[in-house]
Design a protein around this ligand. Structure first.
Ligand code: ZN
Length: 132
């Protein structure tokens, strides 16, 4: 089963918690044991799993990414958004989460984040849920 989420981002760089929407897609699929694959079809956005209990964690991750991937390099890409492309490659376009008992097998403090690096935009996340 393929589901596509629409994510509307509001900042140039931002982490948006999509755990609930992904869990809803799993619930709607009826799959109780299997795998949930996420794929972001964009070159300046990504997905990651990290702490969703304390929002300062995602703020710190973004702060350091923005610091280590400078806007002031002699980038050749004329669109002017090379830092966003680099961040997207470092974080990655996909994730797989185990489904068991009809739920995502995430750790207590883990959440799934859509990572915007060149917003604000309207984005997509493809979700493929497989039984097995
Ligand atoms: Zn570009």
């Amino acid at each position: 089963m393929l589901t596509t989420l629409t994510v509307r981002t509001g900042s140039q760089t931002e982490f948006i918690d999509i755990t609930f929407q992904v869990a809803e897609a799993v619930r709607g699929s009826g799959v109780t044991e299997g795998l949930c694959h996420l794929f972001v079809p964009h070159t300046t956005a990504a997905v990651t799993i990290n702490e969703n209990a304390d929002p300062t964690v995602r703020a710190d991750i973004l702060m350091v990414l923005n610091k280590i991937i400078s806007d002031r390099e002699a980038y050749r890409h004329l669109e002017g958004n090379s830092p966003a492309h680099i961040k997207a490659s470092l974080v990655g376009p996909d994730l797989t989460v185990i489904i068991t008992g009809g739920r995502l097998l995430l750790g207590t403090w883990q959440g799934i984040f859509f990572c915007e690096f060149d917003g604000p935009r309207t984005r997509k996340v493809h979700i493929k849920i497989r039984e097995g």
